[in-house]
Design a protein around this ligand. Structure first.
Ligand SMILES: [Fe+2]
Length: 201
């Protein structure tokens, strides 16, 4: 299911640096998302975005929070309005005058589905993390030890096995890594390292 957004401009430049607080973001999630699996997925992607901004891009806390917000809210409308994904959350953030960079990243997290190209590093990393994070998590659920001792090669094996977590788009993963200019191995290692501590509460 996908919806072409049909536009390429999101938010307003004058809203730059206007962000939601963590409490405000959590309030949207509480209101919109009843599915714990989806909620955990967004928290995981949010945490990965935060860590990447800080550790790999040298961003400070304020900027890292913007990256995290994009991850935390990118699928917020999927639970209740799948046919309007991700139009609904974009319009919500625009009505709240949120930083256009965050809205753009959400709008471009599935270029093959929504028709918006990832341009900034924030855009590209959200796209690159999204599906791969889901695959790594699915792998942790089938391992008795969970994330403990998980190796990159184990994830790569599952990646090649089309029947494993079949809903995870291998095409998006490959395209996402390519556009981000990052080796799949590096991204998998980063996800294993930073995703395992993320919990629902
Ligand atoms: Fe997602």
């Amino acid at each position: 299911m996908s919806l072409q957004l049909g536009r390429n401009e999101f938010g307003r430049q004058e809203d730059k640096n206007n962000v939601l607080s963590r409490e405000e973001a959590n309030a949207i999630l509480k209101d919109w998302v009843k599915n714990d699996k989806l909620l955990l997925h967004m928290k995981q992607v949010g945490a990965l975005m935060h860590q990447w901004a800080k550790n790999k891009e040298g961003k400070g806390e304020d900027e890292a929070w913007k990256w995290e917000l994009a991850g935390l809210l990118h699928d917020a409308d999927w639970d209740q309005w799948p046919e309007q994904h991700c139009k609904k959350i974009i319009e919500e953030l625009e009505s709240r005058h949120i930083d256009p960079e965050i809205i753009r990243a959400i709008a471009s997290h599935g270029p093959l589905h929504f028709g918006v190209e990832p341009v900034t590093k924030m855009d590209k990393m959200l796209y690159a993390f999204d599906e791969l994070s889901g695959l790594v998590h699915a792998y942790s659920l089938m391992r008795p030890e969970g994330y403990a001792g998980m190796e990159i090669k184990g994830v790569k094996k599952r990646l090649k096995e089309k029947s494993f977590a079949a809903s995870v788009s291998r095409e998006d993963i490959q395209d996402g890594c390519q556009r981000a200019g990052i080796e799949t191995d590096e991204l998998i290692g980063f996800i294993i390292q930073h995703q395992q501590t993320v919990t629902l509460t």
